[in-house]
Write a protein that binds this ligand. Sequence first.
Ligand code: GDD
Ligand code: MN
Length: 364
Amino acid sequence: MSLKLSVIVPTFNEIENIEEIVRRLDLTLKGIGWEVIFVDDDSPDATAQKAKEISLADARVRCIKRIGRRGLSSACVEGMLSSSAPYLAVMDADLQHDESILPDMLRALDQENYELAVGTRYMQGGGVGDWDESRKNSSKLATVISQKILGVSLNDPMSGFFMIKREAFDLCAYRLSNMGFKILLDIVVSSREKLSVKEVPFHFRQRLAGESKLDQRVIWDYFLLLIDKTIGQYVPTKLISFACIGAMGVVVHLLVLGVALNILKQPFTIAQSAAVVLAMIFNFNLNNILTYRDQKLTGIGFWTGLLKFMLACSIGALANVGVASFIYKDYGYWVFSGLAGVLVGVVWNYVATSLVVWPKKINK
Ligand code: GDD
Ligand code: MN
């Protein structure tokens, strides 16, 4: 049977679900030439090893193991790029996505000539099961934002369950942001021509085994994806993330300064120094968690990183003051001079820390 469908399954700590997913695909996709490609980010629970064991006995099972990397979207993209099948599906490993609609999705592409089939929770016949109110609301809010800001017309653009024709994927692959969790949204927005879409309803099920990786950070990832898809061609998204966190750092700075001066009655120099140090620690932490979550520093690396961050940012502060004073001396507009200093400082801090604190390299 010739290969028709690759099912891409991103995994992180999903060892308990691998066997079951292969078993269910085998049942559902009878009569169709299929393969499953697990894309695992070096899960500590040895998910990749498990997938590779299964693949020794079943050549329809493949596994890409990535090291020193994290990210749901980029994992899906690499899985899709590694496939030669004419149809590509993306599905979670925890069986929350109902695999029994895969044949319907395939029919929509193969026989009805749609380019994209989306597993949709928000339409007649679909649902989210027993989510709590806050998860329901945030999912709805994210959906409305993407419909308004990015002009997406799907009922469920946040869905992580879809099937696409390989040519349609290849056409948008170079423009993808590859960030965060929202790979479907990324594909839809990155496609030059509007894709013809068939929405197929399904009920989002309970996770079979293991834990969800979705946490508060996906909100930031989503914000960055929106930025990248709107002004990303002009400014690096990580720089925007860095600058936004810097702005929050200013608030922290002023809070600490206010408390140290007015409540703790410290002299100004001491209060200002404490504010500088605490704001830097705050900024370092937030950048480590949000801007560089894919390269997060831990253990001893965290402390050396913090030290390097403080050194780099001190040089940034000097540059900031230097440039601002220079402009002020010659032109005299204090707001303009101040902002120019801040701009130079932020860009310096961003570039220096991206090279020294969070360089692109593999840590194990
Ligand atoms: N390779 C890789 N790398 N896989 C990952 C990573 C990662 O960094 N993070 C998560 N995954 C895998 C998980 O192992 C799972 O198979 C799948 O991606 C989805 O992760 P979950 O942790 O189960 O996410 P969820 O159920 O909360 O979110 C799902 O539903 C959302 C809809 O509300 C995902 O499908 C989202 O994309 C979707 O928006
Ligand atoms: Mn899940």
